[in-house]
Write a protein that binds this ligand. Structure first.
Ligand code: TXA
Ligand code: MG
Length: 322
């Protein structure tokens, strides 16, 4: 039997929301109701906070997360809208529609939150508690559904408490969610709209704006699994114990081999949450240094190490294979 103390459950009143905003700005995790399901939220601009979402979810892979914003104006600081995307947002926001758009170069959103992709999924939720929280925090919030890996999406605060216990700093109890089904996720290939995940808004309603929706083409193997996953130009050599001539080094831990032209250390102290937070940004930095090869030190395959190793293995795979 699982018992939950649920000392972290709080009514979603003005006090609860103010406290939740404070926790989010301090890098903590807050579960909150949306009109679809409860989300497990963190400051989307804080790599470390985003890493702790993955840690709490206990998922062995980094999935790109939905970034919640109050509306189009705030989303526009993060992503570039096309005219079609703008019409979708004007028709369905606030509401259960997520739109995947190109990341702006100066977007403050953590690369880990978008799993290293050049796109970001944005959504403006309609639930009053979610909206008040977004406005109080004044930051975009990364929030996947607030369930542990392999469990169903939560529609009450109690579900979240049962799943996470004390792993989340605060659970805002706003009662049962009304829709109970996740948002519909729409992406684009060129300017064609693609249904990436069916959800709370019916295909037919979206097609009134977009015309016939395409299914993901061969470029996308599973919902949300884009081939455009960031792959470094440089070749990766995994589990490297030393550095070969001309290599840059992606290090982990305190004992770093000498000889690399450029070094980034995922975590000097060997902290896997810190390593996850740094992973995508450091890969990009090493790639940008112009090196042809990157040696990667071994990462322990436990906790977030499993997701880090999954991502590194993909980045090291021969091009065209994913
Ligand atoms: O209703 C919802 O959407 C809930 C509430 C909390 O807002 N959130 C939710 O998040 O369901 P999550 O993380 O469980 O699902 C995110 C979906 C996944 O299918 C993911 O692959 C897709 O969005 N996604 C996120 N970013 C993407 C991107 N850059 N490209 C393609 N798909 C993306
Ligand atoms: Mg989910």
């Amino acid at each position: 039997m699982v018992t939950t103390t649920a000392a972290n459950l709080r009514p979603a009143d003005a006090h609860g929301i103010a406290r939740a905003a404070e926790i989010l700005l301090g890098g903590g995790l807050v579960a909150f109701p949306t009109e679809t399901v409860y989300g497990l939220g963190a400051d989307a601009t804080n790599d470390r906070a985003v890493a702790s979402i993955f840690e709490a979810k206990g998922r062995p892979k980094f999935n790109p997360l939905i970034i919640h914003v109050p509306g189009v104006a705030e989303a526009e600081r993060l992503v570039a809208f096309t005219p079609l995307a703008r019409r979708l947002a004007e028709s369905f926001w606030p509401g259960p529609l997520t739109i995947v758009l190109r990341r702006k170069p100066d977007s403050p959103v953590s690369l880990l939150a978008s799993a290293g992709l050049d796109t970001i999924a944005v959504r403006s939720p309609a639930h009053p508690v979610a909206r008040e929280l977004l406005i109080s925090a004044g930051r975009p919030l990364a929030a996947p559904s607030a369930n542990r890996s392999g469990r169903v999406s939560p529609t009450t605060a109690r579900h979240v408490a049962d799943d996470f216990g004390e792993r989340v700093d605060l659970i805002l109890d706003g009662g049962a969610t009304t829709l109970g089904l996740e948002s519909t996720v729409i992406g684009f290939e060129w300017d064609r709209a693609i249904l990436l995940r069916p959800g709370a808004i019916a295909r037919e309603d979206i097609e009134m704006i977009t015309g016939p929706l395409s299914s993901p083409s061969g470029a996308i193997s599973a919902p949300g699994q884009l081939r455009s996953h960031y792959a470094p130009r440089a070749r990766l050599r995994l589990n490297a114990a030393d550095v070969e001539a001309g290599e840059a080094l992606l290090a982990f831990g305190p004992d770093v081999p000498a000889g690399a032209r450029t070094v980034r250390n995922l975590s000097r102290t060997g902290d896997l949450t810190e390593a996850a937070a740094n992973l995508f940004a450091m890969l990009r930095e090493l790639d940008a240094s112009g090196t042809a090869r990157i040696a990667v030190m071994p990462i322990p395959n436990e906790g977030l190490g499993e997701a880090i190793n999954d991502r590194l293995a993909r980045a090291a795979a021969p091009r065209g294979v994913e």
